[in-house]
Structures are given as C-alpha cells and as structure tokens.
Design a protein around this ligand. Structure first.
Ligand SMILES: Nc1nc2c(ncn2[C@@H]2O[C@H](COP(=O)(O)OP(=O)(O)O)[C@@H](O)[C@H]2O)c(=O)[nH]1
Ligand SMILES: [Mg+2]
Length: 377
C-alpha cells in the first residue's frame, strides 16, 4: 500500500507559517520545523527515504495563562499496590495460615505461580525458603515473611536501574509496545516529570495509525506545557519523528520522546515501521535512539513475556515500564520479566494521573505487595 496516497493535508496552527516563502518566526519550534529542508547531504539522504515532506505541526503550548495541573498528594507505593491481586492473596494467606509449616509454603508456591511470578522462579524461591525453614533458620511466620521479602527484593535489585539522561543532546527515547498498554500515557507522565525537573522536553506524535493517538499526546503536551510535533493521521511515522528530532536539535532540547503505533495491519508492517524510524534517526545521530523503552501492561500476566520477546526481535529494547500495577494487576509479572530478561525496569505506572509514574524501586515495590505486619489469629 502506498502511504503517499493516504496522506491527509497537514494541519496548520496559527503559530505555523501558512505558506512557503513566508518568513518563519525568528525563534521557536515552528521555525525549526519549517527550516528542516536546509541543504545537507545527510538530510537529503534521509528525506529520500521518507515520504514527501509534509510540514510538521508544532503544537506549541499556549503561554501559561493558568499554572499547569498542581501535583496531587502522592500516595505511597503500598496504598497503590495494596489493591493488587498479589498483595490481597498474600495478606489472606498469612491470615488464614499464621503457623509456619510445609502447607503454608505449598500455598505460597501456588500463590506466586498464580500471581504470574512464573513456575520456575516460584519453585526455586519456595524451595530455598523450605530448606531454611527445615534448618530452623526461622521459626515463625514473621520471620518467613521477612525472608520472603528479602528473596523477592533480591530478584528485582538487578533490574533496578534508573534511566540516566545524558551523554547525548537531545537524548532520544523511543517508546514501543502493543496497543493499550499505556505508551501515550507514560510519555505524558515522563514529559511532566522531566519538565518538573527543569529539562526541555519535546514529544513526537509517532503513532500515526490512530487519529485519537495524536490528539491524546497533544492533550498531554498542552496540559503539561510541553511541545508536541505532529502531522496528520496516516502521516509517515518515521517522517514525524525525524522532523521532531530535527526540531529538538535546532532548539537545543535535552530530551525527545517519540510515541509509536502498537499495531499496524501486520506484524511485518510494525517491524518495518520501527526499523525505518531507527534508521532515519541514525542519519542525524548514529547513536539514536538512546533508549528503546518498552511499555508493558502489568495486568496482562504471562503474555507480557511473549510480547517482550517479540519486540526484542523487532527492535532492541533497552528498558521497561510496567504500567497499571495499581488496581487489579497481579504484579507478579514484574518478577517474571526480571528473571527472564534481566532488562532494566525504569519506571512503573501506579495510576492514570500525570504524577503516577515512579522510578522503579525494588524494595518499595516488594514492600507494597507484602503485608506490613501479620494479623494475629
Ligand atoms: N490504572 C492505570 N491505568 C493506566 C496506567 N497507564 C495507562 N493507563 C490507562 O490505560 C489506557 C491506555 O493507555 P494509552 O496510553 O492510551 O495506551 P497506548 O495505546 O499504549 O498508548 C488509558 O485509559 C490509560 O489511562 C496506569 O499506570 N494505571
Ligand atoms: Mg498511544
């Protein structure tokens, strides 16, 4: 299918020079985007690969009339995670079974497997605890709980590797993952976090597959005072992201975060699109993208493992975000992912709000899942 024919006319905004030849504003992203066609062999080469140029629309946030959304009081990890299936069943296990014996450990093993920790990891973990119990290293449920806590933390500590921004200007984050996992929301939250840290961030509306996706990203941009580079629906995603990278470079932005589609007509289509995005970026910065951040829905259980495996084949994933761990997620998939892939878990999503994205903290996560104290029966 020829994407060229599907193209819709680019949207224009008042900040955008409407016609060629008009003098672009001296400063601002619109100027950067409008000046993209400046002669350069590298650009010509990249352009040759991209669909015919379509002016990028810069969704420059309006001057801040009202202050951006105030940060709501941050709730603790425990408050957010206590609703999870994992936390609930652990709590009830220890209530039903306050005595330390083999039955408790059998039930614990089943519980871990049911919570998506994975069979192998659950068995290894429980057998370790069983040996220690038989050696009388611990003799009551409190001590077992403490040992369980340490074992779970030990599984996650190796993947507690926060994303370090730096070394490249702009630092390019390419966000990937299937539809509905929370990519766009995560990008919005990241924009908010980094903007709050005083960094200059630009977003690229690279999910051109669904009209709503572009609008959704623009809304996040407006709400959090972060510019969004977009073209019309069905625009070439690589072209949007290329324009955004150009704009980010000429503006001296510190971070560019690109959204992508989670599904195209075929798996091959997605593969082609993501590799084209990466290829085109490299014309401007051979090291880009500096982070390929895969977003995974924490409620999808073991399916997350096969999703990650697929994306690993399509594009080298360098970090993970696990979303929707608030609410009903079982949460165990975080352990399964850590064990199976060992990829850094950069952030977790603990809600839908702008400030509900936390830097992954193994200990805080495990503490949120486990009962604080054991109820006495
Ligand atoms: N409860 C909860 N919902 C989330 C979280 N992250 C995203 N969502 C919701 O998941 C849905 C899909 O998110 P979206 O960002 O559009 O997914 P995308 O298709 O991957 O871009 C939206 O309703 C989001 O509000 C999270 O951490 N917790
Ligand atoms: Mg999206």
């Amino acid at each position: 299918m020829l994407k060229f024919w599907k193209k819709k006319p680019a949207e224009t905004t008042s900040e955008q020079p409407a016609e060629q030849g008009q003098t672009p504003p001296a400063d601002g992203l619109a100027a950067d985007a409008a000046a993209l066609d400046t002669a350069s062999p590298v650009l010509d080469e990249a352009r040759a690969e991209l669909a015919p140029a379509e002016p990028a629309v810069v969704d420059e946030p309006p001057p801040p009339a009202a202050a951006p959304e105030p940060a709501p009081a941050r709730r603790s990890w425990r408050e957010r995670l206590s609703g999870s299936g994992f936390a609930k069943s652990l709590n009830s296990l220890f209530v039903r079974h306050p005595r330390l014996d083999d039955d408790l450990l059998d039930e614990l093993e089943t519980l871990l497997i049911t919570a998506d920790v994975g069979v192998e990891a659950s068995t290894t973990l429980v057998e370790g605890l069983r040996k220690r119990m038989h050696k009388r290293e611990f003799t009551d449920a409190d001590a077992l709980l403490a040992a369980l806590r340490e074992s779970l933390v030990a599984m996650l500590l190796p993947v507690q590797q926060p994303l370090e921004i730096g070394g490249h200007m702009p630092f390019v984050v390419l966000t990937v993952g299937i539809n509905g996992v929370g990519k766009t929301t995560t990008i919005g939250k990241l924009a908010r976090r980094w903007r709050d840290e005083g960094r200059q961030v630009i977003l690229a509306a690279g999910d051109t597959f669904r009209a709503a996706a572009v609008a959704q990203l623009k809304t996040w941009g407006e709400r959090n005072d972060v510019p969004v580079i977009a073209q019309g629906q069905d625009a070439d995603s690589a072209s949007v992201i290329f324009d955004a990278l150009q704009a980010a470079r000429s503006r001296g932005a510190e971070i560019l975060v690109a959204d992508t589609a989670g599904r195209l007509h075929t798996q091959g289509g997605l593969m082609d699109e993501l590799s084209k995005i990466a290829r085109v970026m490299k014309k401007l910065d051979p090291a880009a993208p500096h982070e390929v951040l895969m977003v995974i829905d924490g409620t999808t259980g073991q399916n997350a493992i096969s999703q990650l495996r697929q994306f690993q084949q399509i594009v080298g994933v360098t970090g993970l975000v696990v979303t929707k761990l608030d609410g009903t997620a079982k949460g165990g998939v975080v352990f399964a992912l850590a064990r199976e892939f060992g990829l850094p878990i950069r952030f977790v999503g603990l809600g839908e709000g702008a400030t509900d994205l936390r830097i992954f903290d193994a200990r805080a996560f495990v503490d949120g899942l486990l009962p604080a104290t054991l109820a006495r029966g």
